[in-house]
Design a protein around this ligand. Structure first.
Ligand SMILES: Cc1ncc(COP(=O)(O)O)c(C=O)c1O
Length: 451
């Protein structure tokens, strides 16, 4: 005899498009019972829930696709892995095994890159604050330091003078390009002439050599014309440097910013329809650089600092339903064991959420929220979702970019991360946090301990 279905109290709902309408009913939510051939149940049993799961195959595939697409279109190309996007050692080491250098934006990241065996001459050092010790280490180590502002330029000169060095440096430029919101806080502005002034100041100081120019337009840039225009402006700037000041550049760095297959909250089309393939980004950059007027033997190295577009799609979070509720406005609510502490990108992504088992029943607008006891802790705020039992595992993706380095240790301990190899082996790449990790940092001063 089949089991009697569980009773659920009915509720009245405003009809919203997407559920039952004149076209019929919601086509159903695709379930995903495995990641790269490993069953979700096996992963949870072994590592617990929530758990981040990374696909080595997807990551390697993305790196190779971008590298090959760019090399097809430009003679000298170097990827530099943007550490801030995901600096788990295993993830960085996959990039380095594929030949990528490191791109870092702090002294801590610089040290991580060195620990991962990256020679200092293969570290690109960006960012608006490089403390003196880190700046000195990078200049001495002949890293590609891209200066962000005049104070940093002066600091680099002081270090060079004190150590009797004449380091090569780059400068970061910002500019308007395509339809992207302008990231104008970083570097020197190209359109206003500030960047040109900075170059004259740098050369006039006589303590540093200008060897590179860099820009990073922003992040999740869907507009290919932005890259075409930015690369064109960089090429024109490089030409002017050569023609008017005799400066020959060693590197030309177009930063990162390519979009992953995710979907922003503001975005209508899903990622697989809206995000250009990596080859189209490469094409746009190469198109823009076409005006570079440099003899082949002096072609600068083209550096790409792509982060999100390489690692995001390789990462999935498995989370588990811990409760169901009905909110006063009639919406179904599902509580899961991972919130915005773990999934920082929930603030701007509409993540794809797949149950690990097929779900039946009528989908309704559903809020999925985490365990934080804070109103902001919303993983998905209006998703059409069928009823889902407590204990069901949900797969949230893509989440490989930024979530791990930006995760907050707030109320809950941070989850582990697992890597699945192309052969289907799996293992921890970050163990779960334990209470001892946290309390070992705390100190109780003497005056509170005394009787
Ligand atoms: C200087 C720099 N380069 C590269 C990146 C990587 O960007 P994305 O992950 O959007 O490719 C960032 C991220 O903000 C950055 O600041």
């Amino acid at each position: 005899m089949s089991e009697k279905p569980r009773y659920e109290r009915p509720s009245l709902q405003r009809h919203r498009s997407g559920a039952m309408n004149k076209m019929g009913s919601f086509p159903g939510l695709r379930s995903k019972g495995q990641i790269d051939g490993v069953a979700v149940g096996e992963l949870v049993e072994r590592y617990g829930s929530p758990v981040f799961v990374f696909s080595q195959r997807t990551l390697e595939d993305r790196i190779r696709t971008l590298r090959d697409a760019m090399r097809l279109r430009w003679p000298r190309v170097q990827l530099a892995w943007s550490y801030k996007t995901n600096y788990l050692d295993a993830i960085c080491q996959i990039h380095h095994r594929e030949g990528s250098w490191a791109e870092v934006v702090s002294g801590m990241e610089y040290e991580r890159a060195m620990r991962n065996g990256v020679p200092t001459s293969q570290i690109v050092f960006n960012g608006p604050y490089k403390d003196d010790a880190s700046l000195e280490r990078a200049l001495v180590g002949q890293s590609m330091v891209n200066l962000d502002h005049y104070d940093e330029l002066a600091a680099a000169e002081r270090i060079a003078e004190r150590l009797g060095l004449r380091p090569k440096v780059g400068i970061r430029l910002n500019m308007s390009a395509g339809s992207t919101p302008r990231w104008s806080r970083f570097g020197f502005n190209l359109d206003s002439g500030q960047a040109w002034d900075a170059v004259r100041r740098l050369l006039g100081g006589g303590k540093l050599d200008l060897a590179g120019i860099h820009c990073h337009l922003g992040t999740f840039v869907l507009d290919l014309d932005a890259y075409r225009e930015a690369a064109g402006k960089l090429a024109a700037f490089a030409n002017r440097l050569r023609d008017e000041l005799g400066v020959k550049l060693d590197w030309l760095d177009v930063g990162g910013g390519f979009a992953s297959q995710s979907r922003l909250k503001s975005q209508y089309l899903p990622g697989e329809q809206a995000t250009p393939p990596l080859s189209r980004y490469a094409e746009a950059v190469a198109d823009g650089l076409r005006g570079l007027n440099t003899p082949p033997s002096e072609m600068p190295l083209l550096i790409l600092e792509t982060g999100r577009a390489l690692v995001d799609d390789a990462g999935t979070l498995i989370t588990t339903v811990v409760a169901n509720k009905r909110l006063p406005d009639g919406r179904r609510a599902v509580v899961v064991d991972a919130g915005v502490n773990t999934l920082f990108t929930s603030f701007w992504y509409q993540h794809q959420i797949h149950p690990a088992v097929p779900l039946h029943g009528t989908p309704e607008p559903t809020v999925i929220y985490g365990p934080l006891c804070m109103n902001i802790d919303v993983v998905a705020d209006s998703l059409l979702f069928p009823p889902v039992e407590v204990g069901t595992h949900l797969l949230v993706g893509p989440v490989g970019a930024y979530n791990i380095p930006q995760s907050m240790q707030f109320i809950f301990l941070r989850p582990p991360a697992v890597l699945i190899s192309p052969r289907g082996e799996h293992g921890l790449i970050r163990r779960a946090e334990v209470l001892e990790d946290l309390v070992s940092l705390d100190r109780v001063p003497d005056w509170l301990r005394g009787e």
